[in-house]
Write a protein that binds this ligand. Structure first.
Ligand code: FUL
Ligand code: CA
Length: 625
């Protein structure tokens, strides 16, 4: 079931006596090849968490909470389409176990929600809207299920497989099926309320679940354990490595390898680069002002699609069941700019010449014919040739897109691009890996008349299917929305009473760039901070913002013990638990507790979220009910 060794698509037939080059290394399967063409698609996180303001639900949430007031699948899909997304992947079930489709496999589903009096089917409505818009449809089904009583035992695997089958047989063709790496931890588990750790590869037997998906959905690419079609890029910030090889070793996923891939490794296991348009994966009103800008999305494009990976941009609908107006405006600005940028290939009309050609069928001009199935190649021994484009006058460009013919594998190890300006050749870029595509952004617009691609290092002759030139159309700026969340307690008059390490003032300065960093706590040596809110208030929860920049050997806290006090002497317990998805998502975590009168808040941390020498927190806030 591993991706390597899967069939390659048919190679172009013999032409003019010159056979096509033999494939080199791992090659994509048919479904992976189709997936590479998809390039950018949306992620839709929408579920119980939307209504509880959480990132990870515990699993004990009542289905009654799921009650969108104005759900509009066409509006959601329209927002994604305006952003240039070519597909939609919906969270059919997140870690809390609530199912958005009317399944008979559990009571913890939409049948027991007020939405359409239990007669609704969000998966079905989204599927129909997606197809109406001409986009591809895919689904996310969390393996970790904090609701299910049998989670961690064999009976749950049986349940999970049945869910896979329902989703793979009821909603037409799926282009992707998303499992999730987050697995095991504390949860409701049918009332047990305990921590359950699992050995994921053993417990799930991924190759068999991947096979089950493929049995019903042969063209659906699965994400992301070893044995699946697509890998995680190793972060949730939307940044692929440079280079980002589509190949990986045949062993369980290692995060450090995932970001850049491994040159020449045996598995075709390409990266998907995901991130959210907001800090969190789910909608939170207090993040309305933290939506990425269109310019930031262009950077995301440069760090994902331009490095040959696929972009997977999360757009979370709000409690109405619609994408917020501001997010729609951002998507439209980004989508319009990208569409205008790539509308016209400025290399059209150029003349291509190469230092070597494999024969007419593989002539240099094949990079200009607009056909991804034809390519320029050279005799087997010519592994470091060059190709020059003579451009018509008056072309001004700042983006250069190169594509390899993927059915023959990733052949180019390193290449350079030169421009001839004023009779002088200048090297403007040098990179490793072309792959599905490599889009190079020039520091300024060029009107060079000649462009040269030099293959500097390759184990086999190249197969370059396209060279295209574009000029970036800048997105129109979208003004940030003003939001005021009336439940947030203003910080005037706040001070740090005591803290287990220096610098805790950074927690209450309202600046997510400043951080409190202390040695990683243990239960024997916890970290803690006591905040004086300056006056007695009705306190109903606290918020914690993890660091938004990734520092080496540093992690956010795993969980919390919060207490409150009116006088700073007698303490009342408020909340104890684990933060949801804190290691990778950058969202502010909100921890609600029973409202009480209090002036002091004390929060204790017993462990980092992932092993690290230091623990860091950017901000702590407080809110009323
Ligand atoms: C993670 C999950 O834990 C997040 O909640 C989110 O669904 C993200 C896309 O994947 O692993
Ligand atoms: Ca071509």
């Amino acid at each position: 079931m591993l991706a390597a060794g899967a069939a390659t698509t048919a190679l172009p037939a013999l032409a003019q006596g010159n056979a096509a080059p033999r494939p080199w290394g791992a090659t994509p399967s048919k479904r992976q090849l189709a997936w590479h063409m998809r390039e950018q698609y949306a992620f839709i996180h929408f579920s119980i968490n939307t209504f509880t303001d959480r990132e990870w639900g515990y699993g004990d949430e009542s289905p009654k909470l799921f009650n969108p007031t104005a759900f509009d699948a066409d509006q959601i899909v329209g927002a994604a389409k305006a952003g240039g997304m070519r597909g939609i992947i919906l969270t059919a079930k997140h870690h809390d176990g609530f199912c958005l489709w009317p399944t008979m496999l559990t009571e913890h589903c939409i049948r027991n929600s007020p939405y359409k009096n239990g007669k609704g089917d969000i998966v079905g409505e989204m599927e129909k809207a997606t197809r109406r818009a001409g986009l591809a449809f895919g689904l996310y089904l969390s393996p970790w299920d904090r609701n299910h009583a049998e989670y961690g035992r064999p009976a749950y695997i049986d349940y999970y497989r049945k869910q896979v089958v329902e989703l793979c047989t009821r909603y037409g063709e799926l282009f992707e099926f998303w499992f999730d790496g987050a697995n095991g931890g504390d949860g409701y588990y049918g009332g047990a309320r305990e921590t359950r750790k699992i050995d994921a590869p053993k417990y799930y037997n991924w190759p068999s679940i991947v096979a089950l998906v493929h049995q019903h959905q042969p063209m659906a690419c699965t994400f992301d354990p070893l044995g699946s079609d697509i890998r995680w890029v190793g972060n949730e910030d939307g940044i692929a490595g440079d280079p980002c090889w589509p190949t990986m070793p045949n062993h369980p996923y290692v995060q450090s390898e995932g970001n850049s891939g491994v040159r020449g490794a045996p598995l075709w296991w390409p990266a998907e680069t995901n991130t959210s348009i907001r800090p969190g994966w789910f909608y939170h009103a207090d993040e309305d002002a933290k939506v990425k800008s269109p310019e930031r999305l262009v950077r995301y494009f440069d760090e994902s699609v331009a490095r040959g990976t696929n972009m997977h941009l999360n757009i979370p609908p709000d409690r109405r069941g619609r994408v917020a107006d501001h997010d729609v405006a951002v998507l439209k600005s980004f989508g319009d700019a990208q569409a205008a940028t790539f509308a016209r290939d400025l290399a059209q009309g150029a003349v291509a010449r190469a230092s070597a050609e494999r024969g007419k069928a593989f002539a240099a001009s094949r990079v200009l014919d607009g056909n991804r199935d034809t390519y320029w190649s050279t005799p087997d021994r010519d592994t470091t040739p060059s190709l020059t484009l003579d451009l018509p006058p008056g072309r001004a460009f700042d983006l250069i897109r190169i594509r390899e013919f993927l059915p023959l594998g990733v052949r180019v190890t390193r290449f350079a691009l030169d421009l001839e300006e004023g009779g002088q050749w200048k090297t403007v870029a040098e990179h490793e890996c072309i792959g599905a595509q490599r889009i190079v952004r020039l520091p300024r617009v060029s009107s060079a008349r000649r462009l040269r691609l030099r293959i500097l290092d390759a184990p086999a002759c190249p197969a370059i299917s396209e060279i295209a030139l574009f000029r970036q159309v800048q997105p129109v700026a979208v003004a940030a929305p003003k939001v005021s969340d009336p439940t947030i307690i203003p910080r005037q008059g706040w001070s740090i009473v005591t803290a287990s390490g220096p610098g805790a003032e950074a927690l209450i300065d309202g600046d997510a760039q400043t951080r409190w960093t202390v040695p990683s706590p243990t239960s024997a040596r916890p970290a803690s901070v006591t905040i004086d809110l300056g006056r007695e208030v009705s306190l109903a929860g606290f918020s914690l913002t993890p660091s938004r920049t990734i520092a080496k050997d540093t992690a956010p806290p795993r969980g919390y013990v919060a207490e409150t006090s009116a006088d700073g002497k007698a303490w009342t317990p408020a909340a104890t638990g684990e933060f949801g998805n804190i290691a990778y998502a950058l969202a502010t975590q909100r921890v609600p507790f029973t409202a009480r009168r209090a002036r002091f808040l004390r929060v204790r941390f017993d462990a980092p979220a992932i092993p690290a020498g230091q623990m860091t927190v950017a901000d702590i806030g407080a809110f009323t009910g």
